[in-house]
Design a protein around this ligand. Structure first.
Ligand code: FUB
Length: 311
């Protein structure tokens, strides 16, 4: 026993495995997850990192869909949407999210619009969670010519309230933005607003509702929760979908990639935090992998900080 204790004590810290939950795949690098439950299936819509080893920029051309019936084993259904799906766009298939309505599935994307601005929000539509998806508008839903929008319009999250009103949230380090969507889901309904109370917002909002309370989780990069250059996931709550929001704390610490990106979903009675990190073999800040861990609630409606499991 003494020998075992000494052996453990002498193992250098560098041999401790990095905290990194099991990726949903190691066949490709995936990022920016969005989660959707339809029937008995969990759909994960992900970006696709194609940067070379040692690359210093995102190389992202398409989005993949993964399916699972147990939240453990995931099947790659392929690249169901790509930059070329948007004839007006030029690159940068960044974060996205799918929202169902009236039997259709609307896929909101961050994408380079090939215009005077840089990133835009596009929207594609399909008849099933796996598509096929086609450009729904023939141009951006949101660009930097949209009044009150951001100089960097990325990371859409769409939420439909119990009364049928849909909302789109998006934003980057210039701050969060929000607007109502018309019932057609491809036009804004009213002005773009800047919700109050979303403190330390950086990017990657994820909106949902539980027990009558609205939740907005998002990547934050303040020194109170992450090292310089990294991001944690904070969340805020509100009693109205457009706020004002109240900061509730950190639900996911920084991960092994500089970026952090939450999707929070209930599937088969269990809540999950879906996110990405650099934990796969050969991974890095531009070669990320989507993973997920269980998320637990406190009785007062706050979320417990997610424990990032090891592989
Ligand atoms: O994947 C490109 C960008 O990095 C996303 O749009 C952000 O959320 C961050 O993950």
């Amino acid at each position: 026993i003494l020998a075992a204790i000494l052996t453990i004590a002498l193992v250098p810290a560098t041999t401790v495995p990095a905290r990194a939950a099991t990726p949903i795949t190691t066949a490709i690098y995936t990022a920016d997850p969005a989660a959707l439950v339809v029937g008995n299936t969990l759909y994960l819509y992900t970006g696709h990192d194609e940067a070379p080893a040692g690359g210093t920029n995102f190389v992202m051309r398409d989005w993949h869909v993964y399916t699972s019936t147990d939240a453990s084993t995931f099947t790659d259904q392929g690249a169901k949407l790509s930059v070329s799906s948007f004839p007006w766009a030029g690159g940068d298939a960044w974060a996205s999210e799918v929202e169902p309505r009236n039997g259709k599935y609307y896929w909101y994307t961050s994408i380079n619009g090939n215009g005077p601005g840089w990133m835009n929000i596009g929207v594609a539509v399909g008849d099933s969670p796996l598509g096929p998806f086609t450009d729904a508008k023939g141009g951006p839903l949101i660009s930097d010519s949209t009044p009150n929008s951001s100089p960097l319009n990325i990371d859409p999250t769409v939420f439909t309230d119990d009364d049928g009103q849909a909302y789109i949230y998006w934003g980057s380090y210039y701050g969060v933005r929000a607007a109502k969507l018309k019932p057609d889901m491809i036009n804004l309904d009213g002005p773009v607003v800047t919700p109050s109370g979303v403190s330390n917002f950086w990017e990657a909002p994820w909106m949902f509702k539980r027990n009558g309370t609205y939740y907005l989780a998002y990547a934050a990069n303040d020194s109170g929760c992450s090292q310089p250059g990294y991001a944690c996931v904070r969340y805020a709550t509100a009693s109205n979908p457009l706020g004002p929001w109240t900061q509730r704390g950190v639900v996911l610490d920084q991960v092994t990639s500089t970026t952090n990106h939450p999707a929070i979903v209930e599937f088969n009675g269990q809540w999950y935090m879906v996110y990405h990190n650099a934990g796969a073999p050969g991974g890095g800040d531009f070669r990320r992998s989507v993973t997920l861990d269980k998320l637990y609630w406190n009785a007062d409606g706050t979320m417990q900080k997610v424990v990032q499991t090891t592989t």
